[in-house]
Design a binder for this molecule. Sequence first.
Ligand SMILES: C[S@@+](CC[C@H](N)C(=O)[O-])C[C@H]1O[C@@H](n2cnc3c(N)ncnc32)[C@H](O)[C@@H]1O
Length: 257
Amino acid sequence: LAHSSLAQFHELAKYYDALNDWKDYRAETRVLEAIARRYGRRGKTTWLDVACGTGRHLEYLSRSHFTTGVDGSRDMLRQARRRLPRVRLVLGDMRTFRLRRQFDVVSCLFSAIGHLDAKADVRRAFANFARHVKDGGVVIVEPWIAPDSFRPGAVHLRAHQRPDLTVARMAFSRRRGNHSRIHYHFLIGEPGRAIRHVEEIDHGLLLSPKELQGLMRSVGLRPHFLPRGLTRGRGVLVGVKEEARTSSKLRTPARSR
Ligand SMILES: C[S@@+](CC[C@H](N)C(=O)[O-])C[C@H]1O[C@@H](n2cnc3c(N)ncnc32)[C@H](O)[C@@H]1O
């Protein structure tokens, strides 16, 4: 897969949950369910989470919905399988996977689309999400940072410590045009082992809510941007797949007679 350089989702996948221990996946899932109810179908739905990672949203979603997960990394899916032995989890690239069925909700969260670095790739991914959602269903995407909010030159630190593991991630952000370039340094300490240092550079594309909405429209989804999303400053993009209106218009008069 094209993104195999993303060490944090491959050889470092088993540290992903530790580095993201600050995230409240349960509360986020409640917000996602409210969005799905508001723009799509109510009640128990079929829900596909693309780029599901270690399955943290799926863990809560699968309590009330029929869930499926897709991710491009075998190592992330291995973590997800341990957490969710009964959920169908499929290895696949978000631009090209094919499940040959449709869902009420398709989500793609925590800026996973930010690992795509060309607009054509984001459009391919959106088209693929649209292909997998039913008429009247919703696509929910948590985008990467918008061009106006990106802070080049910023340094970020995340760290996690417990008796058997100390892990830290420092990130330095740069920008070239509308591309982000994040240089990550990981330090991993485990008792009895020398500290490991892993580096990775992640290129992403900074798209404004307006551009993202345009891309959604171009694949047949009616877009809404919700600025108060899940992660501060990123917002959430909702795309509604309209019911095939012409055919229902044709059917209605026939039935009323
Ligand atoms: C930041 S993590 C988000 C994981 C999860 N959605 C969460 O909220 O914790 C990004 C995920 O996207 C996956 N990913 C990156 N590029 C991908 C692609 N082109 N197709 C499918 N998955 C991809 C990575 O393997 C990783 O699991």
